[in-house]
Design a protein around this ligand. Structure first.
Ligand code: NAP
Length: 315
């Protein structure tokens, strides 16, 4: 078998971060190779309308936005291949990426593998996900629930943040948590407790999302864990906020991650890793902002850094 050719730059992931990195590196004539994983286009393809991406005053369909980014990347010479990287060897130059039987060699690497929202797995959740009332992003979808009652599931900072954000639109926000105290930071928990539109539903686990037959959420069935009593919250939206799982497993180690599994950039940078010539971008390295536009920004920065690295190290 012939040796694989050495790529200038391999970008892993086709969300906002990966595709922006592709546009920039392709325009810099680096002939990037983008490896596409199990969710082409990333998380934005699972939402309907995106109203907060700059430049689209009328909003843009999430799927369409990702198509546009892909078209733009392709126009400048990006190549796409389906491959799920399952291990890496970053102690050698060129860097080695292993995807099943295949080995890919690259001088520079941009990891933009995103994060997957953790889901509860209760009946109805999957059927009504994405435009039918179950969502994992209040910033993306909150505005669709004006003057409606909604429920947020979770008790961490994400849930608190989602619940507080939703109070701008919803009439009432139920915060359903499986214990009787929030895991969220004191300041966030305090804001939640003080907000008149938020009603905490303690010691309760979600049992089912109702409305599958109608194709739209009509309620959230919950169970009080201490009494076993079941009831239905009459909500039109269910926001699942029980954490994210960053897709970093195949790369860590050697790449450093924090206690939640997110890549941990070094030297005060958002994108530089502990391995020279290897960069991270988007939700796999960002548990704070997690926005399409911030991911795109990180993809751009990673591309520029990769370009500089290649200029300095390609003989
Ligand atoms: P998290 O802190 O892990 O909280 C997840 C919450 O979901 C917990 O309250 C947990 O309950 C609950 N949960 C987990 N699995 C569940 C299930 N199957 N059914 C019902 N409930 C379930 O996740 P996060 O809120 O996304 O935060 C992740 C990290 O990012 C944290 O370090 C957080 O501080 C940080 N963050 C910070 C901010 C901010 O500073 N503004 C915003 C967002 C996130 P238990 O409490 O019972 O475990």
């Amino acid at each position: 078998m012939s040796n694989p050719s050495i790529e200038n730059v391999v970008i892993i992931g086709t969300g906002c971060a990966g595709l922006t990195a592709a546009i920039y590196t392709a325009r810099a004539n680096l002939n990037p190779l983008v490896l596409e994983g199990p969710l082409p286009g990333g998380q934005l393809t699972t939402t309907s309308e995106v109203e907060n991406f700059p430049g689209f005053p009328e909003g843009v369909d999430g799927f369409q936005l990702m198509q546009n980014l892909r078209e733009q990347a392709t126009k400048f010479g990006t190549r796409f291949e389906q491959a799920l990287v399952d291990s890496v060897n970053f102690s050698v130059l060129p860097r080695k990426l292993v995807a099943g039987e295949r080995t890919i060699l690259a001088k520079a690497v941009i990891v933009a593998t995103g994060a997957s929202p953790r889901m509860t797995g209760i009946p109805g959740e999957k059927d009504l996900y994405g435009g039918k009332g179950v969502t994992t992003c209040a910033t993306c979808d909150g505005a669709f629930y004006k003057k409606m009652d909604v429920a947020v599931i979770g008790g961490g900072d994400s849930a608190a943040e989602e619940a507080l954000f939703l109070t701008r639109f919803a009439s009432k926000v139920y915060l359903v948590h499986r214990r009787d105290t929030l895991r969220a930071s004191k300041i966030m928990a305090g804001r939640v407790a003080a907000h008149e539109k938020i009603q905490c539903v303690w010691d309760s686990v979600p049992v089912a999302v109702e409305g599958v037959a109608q194709g739209a959420v009509s309620g959230l069935k919950i169970k009080q864990v201490k009494t076993g009593a079941e009831s239905v919250l009459p909500v039109k939206g269910v926001f699942v906020a029980i954490g994210h799982v960053p897709n970093t497993k195949a790369f860590a180690p050697p790449l450093e991650v924090d206690e939640n599994g997110y890549f941990k950039p070094v030297n005060g940078s958002q994108i530089q890793t502990n391995v020279a010539g290897v960069y991270v971008a988007g939700d796999c390295a960002d548990h704070v902002y997690r926005q399409a536009v911030t991911a795109a920004g990180m993809g751009c920065a990673a591309a520029i850094e990769a370009e500089r690295w290649l200029a300095e190290h390609s003989g």
